[in-house]
Write a protein of this length. Structure first.
Length: 431
C-alpha cells in the first residue's frame, strides 16, 4: 500500500509538472444539417457535407449528422518550455476527427466514390487521415525576434482567414471555412497546411511580418511531398483595426481532382499564384465588421513531374504510371473571391454573425490559348450563424447558407441546380 501511495504521489508530481508546460486539449463539434440538393454525407469527410459546389437538381434533400459545422472537431497536445533569456521552445501536435470518431480523411472519401464521384460527399483537402493532420511542429519563440516553426504548419493565409472571415472559417456556413483552396490554400486546398515547412513570424511595433517556405521533393513518390511553396505576409494593427495581406506562389504542387484516385485524371500538378487582402474593425465591445478580397491563378506546371506518384497522403494510387499524365490539361484559370460581413453580441452569451461571399471562376485558357467560356461561373453565398454560450466550454449554434449559381458553366450543365441551401444546428464542447 505504501509503495502504491508513493508511486501515486510521484505520478501526481510528474503530472503537475507536465501541466505547467504541456496541455492536452480538444474540441468536439457535432450537429444535424439539412441540404436542399446533395449526395449522401460521408463520415470521414472533415465537414460531412459539401455546402458550396453546385449539385444535380435531381438530387433531393439530405439530412445528416454532421461534424465541424462551426469548428472542425479536433484533439491535440501543445506545450512550451522557458529556455531563459526570453526564449521559449514550443511544440504542437493536432489531429482532426470526422463524424464517425475516426481520423478525418478527405482523400479516402474520393477513393471510396470510384470514377462516378456521386456516391457520397468527397473532395480534396489538407486533412487526409494523418494522425496529426492539422499541425505537427516544433519551434522557438521570443518577443524580441519572433517565432520559427518547423514541420507541418498552417499556412499564413489560413491564419488570416480564421481571423478575418466574418464567420471565423465555419465549416458548413462559410465557403472560406469549407474550401481550403479559397480559405487558406490560395488556390490549392492541400496547401492550407504545409508539410516539410519553415514558418517565421515577428512583430515590429504595430507591424507583423511572416515568411513561410515548403521544401518540395521533386523525386518523391508521395504526392504531398511534391511542390515547393513560398508565402509572405504583412499585417498592421492599430487599436480596433487590423489589416493583413498575404501572397503565395506554389510551383509543381499536387492537387486532387474528381473521380477515383487510381486514375491519371484524378491528380493534377500545377503552379498556383495567389493573394489575399483582408481587414477587421472592432466597432465597439459588441460589434465588428470584416471583409477581404482574394485572387489566385492556376496554371500548367513549370516542370513535368519526373517521379511516379504512388501515394496521396497515405492513400494508394493503383495506377502508378503518372509522371506527366497528371499535368493540367489546360492553361491559366483565375478565381476571385470577395467577402464582407460582421458580428454582433446581443448579450454576453448570444452572438450573431453574417457574411456575404462572391466567388467568380473565370473562363480558363486551354493549351492552344483559347478561352473555354463554358468553365466560367459565379457563386453568391449568404450566411447567418448564431451561437449561445452556456459556459467557456460549451455552446450551441444554428446556421444557414443560401447559394446562387450563374454563368456559362451552369448553362452548359442544365441538370445542375442554380441555387442551394443548407441549414443546421449543433453543439460544441471545448476541453
Amino acid at each position: 500500500m505504501k509503495k502504491s501511495l508513493v508511486a501515486l504521489a510521484a505520478l501526481a508530481a510528474v503530472a503537475a509538472h507536465a501541466q505547467s508546460s504541456v496541455q492536452m486539449y480538444g474540441l468536439i463539434d457535432q450537429g444535424i444539417a439539412s441540404q436542399q440538393h446533395s449526395i449522401a454525407g460521408n463520415s470521414l469527410f472533415p465537414f460531412t457535407l459539401d455546402p458550396v459546389d453546385p449539385a444535380l437538381a435531381a438530387k433531393g434533400s439530405v439530412t445528416s449528422m454532421v461534424s465541424g459545422g462551426e469548428s472542425m472537431s479536433r484533439f491535440g497536445f501543445k506545450g512550451t518550455e522557458d529556455l531563459g533569456g526570453g526564449v521559449n521552445a514550443m511544440f504542437l501536435l493536432e489531429g482532426a476527427l470526422g463524424n464517425s470518431g475516426q481520423l478525418a480523411n478527405a482523400g479516402a472519401t474520393v477513393a471510396q466514390n470510384g470514377s462516378s464521384n456521386t456516391t457520397s460527399t468527397n473532395g480534396g483537402s489538407s486533412i487526409n487521415g494523418q494522425l496529426f493532420s492539422r499541425g505537427a511542429y516544433v519551434g522557438l519563440g521570443s518577443k524580441t525576434w519572433g517565432s520559427i516553426q518547423l514541420g507541418r504548419t498552417t499556412a499564413l493565409a489560413l491564419d488570416q482567414v480564421a481571423e478575418h472571415d466574418p464567420l471565423n472559417a465555419s465549416g458548413l456556413y462559410s465557403p472560406l471555412g469549407f474550401s481550403g483552396a479559397l480559405g487558406g490554400g490560395l488556390g490549392a486546398t492541400e496547401n492550407a497546411r504545409m508539410d516539410n515547412s519553415i514558418k517565421y513570424q515577428v512583430m515590429t511595433g504595430p507591424v507583423k511580418l511572416g515568411l513561410q517556405y515548403k521544401i518540395g521533393d521533386k523525386k518523391s513518390s508521395e504526392a504531398d511531398n511534391l511542390g515547393s511553396i513560398v508565402e509572405g505576409m504583412i499585417g498592421y494593427t492599430a487599436g480596433p483595426l487590423s489589416i493583413t495581406g498575404t501572397y503565395s506562389q506554389a510551383d509543381n504542387t499536387v492537387g486532387l481532382g474528381g473521380g477515383n484516385v487510381n486514375g491519371a485524371s484524378s491528380l493534377r500538378v500545377e503552379n498556383v499564384k495567389g493573394g489575399l487582402l483582408s481587414a477587421k474593425y472592432e466597432v465597439n465591445s459588441v460589434a465588428s465588421i470584416s471583409g477581404g478580397f482574394e485572387q489566385y491563378t492556376i496554371s500548367t506546371p513549370s516542370n513535368a513531374v519526373a517521379s511516379q506518384i504512388t501515394s496521396y497522403y497515405g492513400t494508394t494510387i493503383l495506377n502508378s504510371g503518372l509522371p506527366t499524365a497528371t499535368n493540367y490539361a489546360y492553361g491559366n484559370q483565375k478565381v476571385t473571391t470577395a467577402f464582407v460581413g460582421g458580428a454582433y453580441k446581443f448579450t454576453p452569451e448570444f452572438t450573431l454573425k453574417a457574411g456575404y461571399y462572391n466567388i467568380n471562376k473565370a473562363a480558363y485558357l486551354n493549351a492552344a490559348g483559347t478561352a473555354n467560356q463554358a468553365a466560367q461561373y459565379t457563386i453568391q453565398e449568404f450566411s447567418l450563424l448564431g451561437s449561445y454560450a452556456f459556459s467557456k466550454m460549451t455552446d450551441v449554434y444554428g446556421g444557414l447558407m443560401f447559394s446562387n449559381y450563374n454563368g456559362a458553366y451552369m448553362t452548359a450543365h442544365p441538370t445542375y441546380a442554380t441555387s442551394n441551401s443548407i441549414v443546421g444546428a449543433g453543439l460544441r464542447v471545448k476541453f
